[in-house]
Design a protein around this ligand. Structure first.
Ligand code: IPE
Ligand code: IPE
Ligand code: MG
Ligand code: MG
Ligand code: MG
Length: 294
């Protein structure tokens, strides 16, 4: 199967599983919660994170069935982070995944609560993942809570908003990118190691590949904020500029940001070659991520 058909078929599987995991509940008093969660969750995201998990598990010889639910738990948690990231008290954006942001469609308090639901629900989903033993489920919960928490995504988000309008060092920008984005991307590949019971050395390599590709992904996200098109990225252009964000473009400049993203990709690729299994799917995916326009 070539990479494009692989991406299409796995995206379909992920979308179907996400839809099953969050069904409409029209008769429930909190029916609006399931409606708003589906609105943002089933919008056309790139599904990068769950696809990374699936591709790594499949390369390791594990089954799609064992990986699909945990991969969707990461996508659910990622989606919560987008809902909160777009709020007026954060990046104040009105477009996400090509659609009006959740707080512009539903009352703001309801949008906050929808994010809270998605965050909490991600862990419920993980704890009930089929085809895994309880030790594996516990390890997944530990990895996701650490990568999403104070020493991961939230730590990065806090420094991100505190740095608005300030000149910051490259080291601090690196901290922001590492925490707000790379930690969760790394979790996707750490998940694969747990699900497919990889060796210790493969797990270490997968984590390092995840961090490098996550950093590269955020560098490119910053670049696309100024060079992309709204139609392709599905988000407002110049949001970072308007918020006076510290980004790779403001700290390094466009050219250096692009060069650094490419260097991280090359280094991640060389780590792929050190894995004990061949990973053409993963390598193809990494290339797509660094050369993306959306
Ligand atoms: C956006 O993530 C947030 C960042 C960490 C840059 P994605 O670019 O993966 O967003 P979706 O899931 O495709 O909407
Ligand atoms: C977001 O970074 C990282 C998250 C944890 C959501 P950005 O604020 O740059 O993401 P976008 O550009 O809004 O998707
Ligand atoms: Mg942000
Ligand atoms: Mg944002
Ligand atoms: Mg951005």
């Amino acid at each position: 199967m070539n990479l494009d058909s692989y991406l299409e078929s796995r995206t379909d599987l992920i979308n179907a599983r996400l839809s099953e995991l969050v069904p409409l509940q029209p008769k429930a008093p909190q029916a609006l919660l399931f409606e708003s969660a589906r609105y943002i969750l089933l919008n056309p995201g790139k599904r990068l994170r769950p696809i990374l998990t699936l591709a790594a598990v499949e390369s390791l010889g594990g089954t799609i069935e064992s990986a699909l639910t945990p991969a969707c738990a990461i996508e659910i948690l990622h989606t919560y982070s987008l809902v909160h990231d777009d709020l007026p008290c954060m990046d104040d954006d009105d477009l996400r995944r090509g659609m009006p942001t959740l707080h512009t469609v539903y009352p703001e308090g309801h949008a906050v609560l929808t994010g809270d639901f998605l965050l909490t629900y991600a862990f419920e989903v993980l704890s009930q993942s089929p085809f895994l033993d309880s030790e594996q489920r516990l390890q997944l919960v530990q990895v996701l809570s650490q990568r999403a928490g104070a020493h991961g995504m939230i730590g990065g988000q806090v420094v991100d908003i505190a740095s608005e309008g300030k000149p910051i060092s490259w080291e601090l920008l690196h901290f922001i990118h590492h925490h707000k984005t790379a930690a969760l991307v790394s979790a996707c590949l750490e998940f694969a190691g747990i699900i497919a019971k990889a060796s210790e050395s493969d797990r270490e390599l997968l984590k390092s590949i995840g961090l490098q590709i996550g950093l590269s992904f955020q560098l490119i996200d910053d670049v696309l904020d100024v060079t992309g098109t709204q139609e392709l990225i599905g988000k407002p252009l110049f949001s970072d500029k308007d918020n006076e964000k510290a980004t790779s473009v403001s700290v390094l400049g466009l050219e250096k940001a692009q060069t650094y993203a490419q260097e991280l990709y090359v280094s991640a690729l060389s780590d792929c070659k050190k894995l004990s299994f061949s990973s053409p799917l993963l390598e193809g995916l990494l290339s797509k991520l660094v050369h993306r326009s959306k």
